[in-house]
Structure formats: structure tokens, C-alpha cells
Ligand binder design. Sequence first.
Ligand code: FES
Ligand SMILES: [Fe+2]
Length: 349
Amino acid sequence: MNVRTCEINLNHWYVVARSVEVTNKPLGVQLWYHSIVLYRDNEGEIHGLEDRCPHRQVKLSDGQVFENFLECPYHGWQFNSKGICTFIPYLSENQRLPNCQIVSYTVQELDGFIWIFIGDENLLFSHNIQPMNIPEWKHLNYIGTVSVIDCQAHFSFLIENLMDMYHGHLHNNYQPWTGAKLRELSDNEEEVTAIYEAQSYYKIDKIWSISQLFFPQLRPLHTEQLTVNYIYPHWRSTLGQDFTIYCLFCPINKTHTRAYLIHFTSLNAFERLHKLPQWFRQFIKEQLWGTAQTMLDGLVEQDIIMIEQEQQAYNQQLRKPSYEINPTIPAVQKMIKKQVNKESLTIER
Ligand code: FES
Ligand SMILES: [Fe+2]
């Protein structure tokens, strides 16, 4: 099995959009060769259907939501949230609605994202499969920033990039740490954890610490633990107590990957802040939202260039070997393959 052409294990929750992107105007998204249309009904609830009109196979995402039904742009057939055709504008009295149900996916809106499960529904319930938990999203002590990764490459290149902290070399201007050294590597059925020791530039312990973001001379270089965790199919990383980053994966196909990177800066060290009224802390959280945008977008831009070059090189030189000295990478590849095997045992294609 070649890791660069590996399938994904569909029996997990994947992220296909941000909450704010989904309105009562249908939105077409993709997840691993599946075209899906998302829309919000009158009550604000999200639905996900196969993005294909069963009449002539055009995209329902080019249509509109009409009184809680999704209406195809071509001849105006309408579908309910179960994917059942409920109305055809020109159906004559002696005709019946065709039995042409399209797939309705299991979706949920959680922590600012739309999560979808397109695997085996029996397994979803029997194993109580849950989306990744992101407690920092709502917690008043964390300031978030979101950046979208959209790269023309297999998802394995992206997760390897995220697990290999020796590529700090690439980011010298943006990375909040330097000099990573791998100290521990462990894996189990669902996770690969690598613990590095790094020199962090930031220490978020005084109210003026935030100015370190803008003035490099204020950054006190100190040792911190840098933990990266591949919790299949997503990723989480922490740098000491101050920073947490998530990467939520949405693999589109074997050479195209989307993902959402969410960076949180912790305000846990500011005890006086915690005594302030809730509404004020919420106000601060909202006002500071996106503080790390320049840094995060800069990191993403640099990483995408490398990841896409890896894919291009793979496409051109299938027989050239790669030389790897970070043991985290084979552990990640083993996990990707293990998950595919697991999936093929449960789903028939
Ligand atoms: S193609 Fe959708 S209504 Fe005809
Ligand atoms: Fe990077």
C-alpha cells in the first residue's frame, strides 16, 4: 500500500465548512470524492444532501432554499432534508412523484464548524463516534484565529508537515519557537504523539505580553514542551501552556486537501481577568479574535508551497526514494495505512 495514494477512513467526523459560510443559500462542498450541498433551513438548522439532482444530475448547490425545501435550478424540483423529492412544478394530475431519493448526510454544527459523517451509520452509533473536541472555541480564556489550508496534495503530505517540527527552518519569521528536538514518540490505535522540546519566543504571562507579537526584542527565549498529536484524522498541538493549534482535515481527493487551522492563545495566566464579568471577557475574546492572523496565514502559505512541491515531485518521479530521519514520519504513515485497513473491513464499496 502506497501512503501517497491511500484512501481515508470514512468512519470519522470530518469538517467541510465553517459555520459562518452556511446560510440559506446552498453551499457546495467536497469530501473525498463526495459532492455535498449544505444549507440552513428556516430554523437555522443545517442539512447536507448529495449535490446532485436525480432528474438530470445537475448541482443542487446552484439552486435555492425555498420554504425549507432545496429547489433545483433547472426545472424546479424540490427536495426535503431527507433527500426525498416532494414537489415538481409541472407534475400533471395523473402523474406521481418519482421515487428518486438522494443521499442525506449526517451533519452537525459544533464549535464554529460543520462536521459531517459519511461512513457507516451503524458504526457511528454502535461505537459512539464523536467529532474532535475543541473546548477552547467557547472558553473565555482562549483567543482564536482561523486560517484555511487548501493545497493540491495528498493529505499525507500535510499531516507529515504538521508532525515534523524540524521544518521550523522554513518559517523563521513566523514560527513562535525554534530549535525543536524530538524527545518522545508514542502511538496507539487512534493516535500518534510526538513530544519535542523547543525554544519558545513567547511567554503570555503579563498583560503586555501581547506586544511580543509585534516587537521581537520583547520575546524571552525559553524552553517549552511542544507536543504534536495526530488524532486520526485531525491534529492538535500545544506549545507549553500558552498556545494550542488544531488542524481539522477535509481531504477532497487523492491530490487535493482542505483543512482548517485554528490557533488559540491562552489567557489562563491572567487571574485578574478571570474575575471580570462574563460579558466583558466575552467582549475581549471577540475583540482579540484573529490576533494571530498574519502569523498563521504566513505559516500556511510557506507550508503549502513545500507540500505541493512534494506532490509534484511524487507525480514526476515515482521511483526516486525519499530519505527520512524523523521517526515521527513512519509512525504517521503506519497510522494512515492502519486506518484504511480498518475502514475496508467495515465498508463495502
Ligand atoms: S435537473 Fe433538477 S429539476 Fe431538472
Ligand atoms: Fe509549518
